[in-house]
Design a protein around this ligand. Structure first.
Ligand code: NAD
Length: 484
């Protein structure tokens, strides 16, 4: 397969929070890989901006160690790394004060693509946007990239949108949800809208139900104080799972173009029914001899924050009326697994004997591990002995099917940053989408608070609380297995 890396236009990318954890682990290693692949023109530059006491030489040393730590050895070519480091500058700056802003203005070029990545906490979004404007640093086509969490409820998301809108138009604002940058998520759209095979069946008439699972084995260790104010609902469902749900359920957009796609996603969020109390289960992990409990990890004595949530959703529109969507996400689960599973209905009439083993088709779209898809189909068991049916997967693990290049596909962050430079907002959330997602989430969280709801405890490395299994059992269905 021939690789097609299309170089982007020359740019200045400023990373506010350029010495932070996200910059070190994801953004800078990702940029190095784009440099290695030849996607960056010679005069593209990356400018770290943070309040730490550092200069450009110190920043280059910092970035070099980040690349060595987070990029595979095979890709750490010393000559390439040296030329990457030459792209870097550092400006020491206070996001909420005066220090550093004229220095930044001197460094950032005007006649070039300008991108400003706000890799800082949301309380700094407004102050940075304002200073970029008042110091005349950001030109009329500058792009700003903002990280999650984009607010903690509808009111705060609206306030954040308003603080950015004072200085930037919506077409300049890129709200990152890195799930949208994953190869498989884009493949979901290719699968649905690039084939004739699936879309005619993609509705309540043929789909029994859909499951979306994002399971992690890690706990909240290290992030406890942040996570405890958030919980799985705010940290995962409102953004990542909601985006996966939207892309799975939306109508075909007229074009693969930012506003056409985002309009369709928004319609799904607005068509979500409120969730009945019985249709949602919250959980919190226990500890065992090897790992701490949530309460120990979060360092709080008596938190009722959920580290797991499972729910049954209904979308009130023509396409999905009567087809439930089951969502679950949790920490300290049995395996690390993210997938979307579309379970089709069984054929309306079986021509085979009842005990032949016929079952329903299932399409699963794996985000991790082993990005890929498989379709469970029923065939005849080979051999003599009459007609016995078995399910076999038509498996397309991208790395197997498409070779090394697929295994080495750019990670979500690097893909999304290059989209920012290209000015393509398709895989970013629009302000109204984020507000609508919060508007749907807020009453659920408020209900828990009003009722003094306590999460059900579950064992570490399990599938979550028993009640989450019951959520499907009572509908005569089962969750997909979470593999270790
Ligand atoms: P961090 O605490 O590791 O780094 C914060 C950075 O911001 C540092 O470079 C610091 O110097 C800079 N900074 C803080 N206050 C400043 C000020 N007043 N003026 C100038 N610079 C200032 O944080 P992080 O983990 O890198 O996270 C950054 C943002 O990205 C947060 O909003 C976080 O929620 C989000 N995020 C992080 C991750 C992750 O994996 N770390 C994942 C998703 C989203």
């Amino acid at each position: 397969m021939v690789s097609r890396v299309i170089p982007v236009d020359p740019f200045d990318l400023v990373i506010f929070g350029g010495t932070g954890d996200l910059a070190r682990r994801k953004i800078l290693p990702g940029l190095y890989r784009r440099h290695l692949d030849g996607q960056m023109p010679d005069d593209a530059r990356i400018i770290g901006a943070a309040r730490g006491d550092m200069d450009t030489d110190g920043y280059r040393t910092f970035v070099e160690s980040a690349v060595r730590e987070f990029v595979s050895k095979k890709k750490c070519n010393p000559k390439v790394l040296k030329s990457f480091l030459e792209r870097l500058r550092f400006v020491q700056l206070d996001a909420t004060g005066k220090q550093g802003w004229t220095d930044l203005k001197d460094v950032v070029r005007q006649d070039i693509v300008q991108a400003f990545y706000f890799s800082v906490g949301p309380s700094l979004f407004g102050p940075i946007a304002e200073r970029l404007h008042t110091h005349g640093i950001a030109g009329p086509t500058a792009r700003i990239v903002v990280e999650k969490p984009f607010g903690h409820d509808e009111a705060s998301a609206r306030a954040l949108n308003a603080s950015l809108a004072k200085h930037f138009d919506e077409y300049q604002i890129y709200r990152i949800d890195h799930y949208l940058g994953k190869e498989t998520v884009q493949n979901l759209m290719a699968l649905r809208f690039g084939n004739m095979l699936f879309e005619p069946l993609w509705n309540a008439q043929y789909v029994d139900h859909i499951q979306i699972t994002v399971a992690e084995t890690v706990g909240v260790e290290g992030r406890g104080s942040y996570y405890d104010k958030s919980g799985a609902m705010r940290d995962m469902v409102q953004n990542h799972l909601m985006q996966l749900l939207c892309l799975t359920a939306m109508e075909p957009p007229s074009k693969f173009e930012p506003n056409a796609v985002r309009d369709e996603k928004l319609k799904i969020i607005r068509a979500l029914d409120p969730v009945a109390t019985d249709d949602i289960v919250r959980g919190q992990y226990r500890g065992n001899d090897d790992v701490a409990s949530y309460l120990e990890d979060a360092e709080t004595g008596a938190s009722t924050t959920e580290s797991f949530v499972a729910m049954k959703l209904q979308i009130s529109n023509w396409r999905w009326n009567g087809t439930p969507f089951y969502l679950r996400t949790g920490k300290r689960m049995r395996g690390r697994m993210s997938e979307i599973v579309v379970r089709f209905k069984e054929p309306p009439h079986s021509i085979f004997d009842e005990d032949t083993g016929q079952s329903a088709n299932e399409l699963s779209i794996r985000l991790q591990p082993n990005e890929g898809m498989d379709l469970k189909v029923t065939i005849k068991e080979p051999g003599l002995g009459g007609m016995r049916l078995i399910d076999v997967p038509l498996d397309m693990t991208f790395a197997d099917a498409l070779g090394e290049e697929a295994a080495d596909a750019p990670d979500a962050y690097e893909r999304l940053i290059m989209d920012v430079i290209r000015g393509n907002q398709t895989l970013f959330m629009r302000g109204d989408e984020v507000e609508a997602a919060w508007a749907w989430t807020d009453p659920i969280i408020a209900g828990w608070q009003d009722r003094g709801d306590k999460p059900k405890l579950y064992d570490p490395f399990s599938t979550g609380p028993e009640e989450a299994l019951m959520l499907l059992h009572k509908d005569g269905r089962r969750w997909r297995e979470i593999r270790e």
